[in-house]
Write a protein that binds this ligand. Structure first.
Ligand code: ADP
Length: 312
């Protein structure tokens, strides 16, 4: 079996209603438009990676319902191997019910459903997919114990482990960092992990150094339009670099972090060498910046062919 990227994580059906204003409790308002799309941090990252031409396998859970069917189909159409996606016996496919008002503010209810059945036993059942991978990428939308088990299997078989603890909260189990090779957070998640409030670049640098002390060889903090802070342990010392991104006309930043992580995983697997992490990070930051110039989440991720056409 060829080595590839395994995304172990969430699959969520997005249901988005656009309306002038949010309804008050007990009130019903008319929507002006509706969009249903495949989502979830795991699935978003799998799609971002597959669109760059990486060999990607998704391990996740959906329900035995029509959203389960459509989310699996959407992954397949994007070139993701879905042989690792299971079906929960009782739980429905996860949904994110999103309302967007005229000011482009959103209110979101996420019901994790079948994702909560992605338990350590399922990681054990997926042993051969995890063991045969080059890199395993997990996020924070499924039970923490399952991520830990997936990383134990990956590490035990020589695969690199990549953690994006999003959306995260201060209660997250930080001990998983001792099983992590690469950790990538945004500023909020960096604060949850390190307890260092994030306002300035110096705060991010201190958080990145602290994350390196917690286990990973590589710690990355994404900083929105300011780019990415890359921290690596080189010759037993932390080496930090701020990687700026090009100025773009930002239209929709939803899913930019997922685009960055999925792209980085793909580039590292295509390159096959963690030594080239700086080059891969620069490229993933560019791709994430390109994604914010288009509307939608997965719909905004660029395909390899489009990139080659625009930047020959
Ligand atoms: P998250 O979506 O997880 O909060 P960020 O907002 O830090 O993550 O964005 C992730 C990456 O997406 C950034 O490091 C950058 O490469 C790109 N990005 C996000 N917002 C912008 C923007 N306004 N302009 C250019 N690039 C952006």
């Amino acid at each position: 079996m060829s080595k590839n990227v395994v995304i172990f994580g969430s699959i969520v059906q997005d249901l988005i209603s656009y309306t002038e204003r949010f309804p008050r409790p007990g009130e019903s308002v008319r929507g002006s438009a509706f969009h249903a799309g495949a989502g979830g941090k795991g699935a978003n990252q799998a799609v971002a990676a597959a669109r760059l031409g990486a060999n990607v396998t998704m391990i996740g859970m959906v329900g035995k319902d029509m959203f389960g069917d459509s989310n699996i189909e959407s992954l397949r159409q994007n070139g993701v191997d879905t042989s690792g996606v299971g079906r929960s016996q009782e739980k429905h496919t996860a949904t994110a019910t999103i309302t967007v008002n005229q000011e482009a503010e959103n209110s979101i209810v996420v019901t994790l459903g079948a994702n909560l059945d992605l338990l350590p036993e399922f990681a054990d059942k997926s042993h051969s997919l995890l063991a045969n991978s080059h890199l395993v990428l997990c996020q924070g939308e499924i039970p923490e114990a399952a991520n830990r088990r997936a990383f134990e299997i990956a590490r035990g078989n020589g695969a690199k482990t990549f953690l994006n603890p999003a959306p995260g909260d201060a209660k997250m189990d930080k001990s998983i960092l001792s099983l992590t090779d690469i950790v990538c957070t945004n500023e909020n998640e960096a604060e949850f992990i390190t307890g260092i409030p994030q306002t300035t670049l110096e705060d991010a640098e201190n958080a990145a150094r602290k994350m390196l002390e917690m286990g990973p060889q590589i710690a990355i903090i994404t900083l929105g339009a300011k780019g990415v802070l890359l921290a690596q342990t080189l010759n037993s010392k932390p080496d930090l670099k701020l990687i700026p991104v090009q100025k773009v006309e930002a239209i929709d930043t939803t899913g930019a972090g997922d685009c960055f992580c999925g792209s980085l995983a793909a580039l590292l697997s295509l390159d096959g060498n963690l030594e080239n992490v700086e080059r891969a990070t620069r490229c993933a930051a560019k791709l994430a910046a390109l994604s914010v110039t288009r509307r939608g989440t997965q719909a905004s991720y660029w395909k390899k062919g489009e990139i080659l056409e625009k930047f020959p």
